[in-house]
Design a protein around this ligand. Structure first.
Ligand SMILES: Nc1ncnc2c1ncn2[C@@H]1O[C@H](COP(=O)(O)OP(=O)(O)O)[C@@H](O)[C@H]1O
Ligand SMILES: Cc1ncc(C[n+]2csc(CCOP(=O)(O)OP(=O)(O)O)c2C)c(N)n1
Ligand SMILES: [Mg+2]
Ligand SMILES: [Mg+2]
Ligand SMILES: [Mg+2]
Length: 364
């Protein structure tokens, strides 16, 4: 089992594999019997379904596979299976968000395994919960796929969804399954503030420090490496396949007095722009605060891309960005990268930024 867990961790690109992530993988493996080299469970629920499709086993065959034996007891009062699930809401209000992944728009099956895609679907939603300063309490997963989708793909997605949900401290409490022309995964995440006020995009104040927690530009660099078809840069490609938000950074920022918070889904400058708009302030980013890793710098050099295109404008790392009062001590993992001033919009090193600030869903 230890070796399977290790292979699994490598495949899942858990770069900072620690006892917690190992335990999460072990829990998932305990439910799925074995994992093949692509990371999909091949003998889920005790049957060999290697060459069966979603059409062969039918809607309720797949639903049984994605729900049976899967519950996260810490946050779930009633799991999937009835008309609706019941999720604890200790602070009396529920934080809710939804984001979807669409095949060939957000992921490619020849670039990412089903497990990777499942993890990314949860990560992009869990990061939005954490970016309110909240803790995840449950996820709902609506899955659309063609009838000829191999069951090993839906099993792999389920394993990835559960792995990342457990990393985020919650379970998958329900969902939906429909036939679509290509794969679509829509996740709804629920969260709890544990009695604290939420940290909004609108709270930044003139004089605050702008700070970030997590990797920036890695996912965009990995996407560029995959797109160019060049070898190497495994860590960047892994970061593109599976973003690894450190969900605890959000609540930690809230406790430290963050005045505004967001996750970086579209690009640092684009997402800081949302804070500027909502807070009616300007932000200046100081690029001298970023030290590009050797890997990202060498990929940028090989591909002839200015590295700051990725760091400032690359999406999908699901790092966190926020503002803190100037005199506050930043929590662990947060690094000051700029300042809040009067005015509007984001500037870089005091000037207008001429590059692309981030992903825009309808620009291409
Ligand atoms: N179709 C929609 N209906 C209602 N609200 C939406 C819709 N699409 C986006 N929103 C809301 O608009 C805001 C911005 O959306 P988005 O840019 O996707 O946020 P994020 O980057 O945090 O995922 C969010 O509060 C989101 O819930
Ligand atoms: C095949 C492929 N092409 C391009 C991208 C790049 N990409 C797709 S969506 C996105 C930004 C984030 O997605 P969005 O749906 O805007 O998430 P949200 O901001 O709502 O959280 C990026 C950088 C990708 N991930 N995969
Ligand atoms: Mg969104
Ligand atoms: Mg989002
Ligand atoms: Mg977006």
């Amino acid at each position: 089992m230890a070796e399977v867990v290790r292979n699994c961790l490598e495949r899942f690109s858990v770069l900072h594999a620690d006892a917690k992530s190992t335990a999460a993988v072990t829990k998932v493996l305990a439910r799925t019997t074995t994992i093949d080299r692509k990371g999909a469970s091949v003998i889920g629920n005790g049957e060999n379904n290697h060459d069966r499709t979603v059409g062969d086993v039918g809607e309720f065959g797949v639903i049984d596979r994605v729900t049976r034996g899967r519950i996260h007891p810490d946050t779930t009062v009633l799991g999937p299976g009835d008309d609706a699930a019941i999720v604890a809401a200790p602070s009396g209000s529920v934080v809710a968000t939804t984001d979807m992944l669409v095949q060939d728009r957000h992921f490619r099956l020849d670039w990412s395994s089903p497990v990777d895609i499942g993890r990314k679907a949860i990560a992009q939603n869990g990061a939005d919960i954490a970016a309110m300063g909240a803790r995840c309490t449950g996820f709902l997963v609506a899955l659309g796929c063609p009838s000829d989708t191999p069951v090993s793909v839906t099993d792999g997605l389920t394993d990835g969804l559960w792995l990342e949900a457990e990393r985020a401290g919650a379970g998958i409490v329900g969902g939906d399954l429909v036939q679509t022309a290509s794969i679509v995964i829509s996740v709804t995440a629920l969260g709890d503030l544990d009695g604290r006020p939420a940290v909004l995009r609108s709270g930044a104040r003139v004089g605050d420090v702008v700070a970030v927690a997590g990797r920036l530009g890695w996912s965009a660099a990995g996407l560029a490496v995959l797109d160019a078809g060049i070898d190497g840069h495994e860590a960047l490609v892994a970061a593109h396949r599976v973003p690894c938000p450190d969900y605890a950074r959000g609540p930690a920022a809230a406790l430290a007095g963050a005045t505004s918070l967001t996750d970086v889904s579209d690009g640092l400058l684009a997402d800081l722009g949302h804070i500027c708009d909502a807070s009616t302030v300007a932000i200046d980013v100081d690029t001298s605060r970023f030290v590009p890793s050797d890997d990202i710098a060498s990929a940028a050099h090989r591909l002839g891309v200015p590295v700051f295109d990725w760091i400032l404008g690359g999406g999908e790392d699901h790092a966190f960005a926020g503002t803190f009062p100037a005199d506050s001590e930043l929590p662990d993992g947060w690094i000051a990268i700029g300042t809040v001033g009067e005015g509007s919009g984001v500037t870089v090193d005091g000037g207008t930024y001429s590059g692309t600030p981030g992903w825009s869903s309808f620009s291409a």
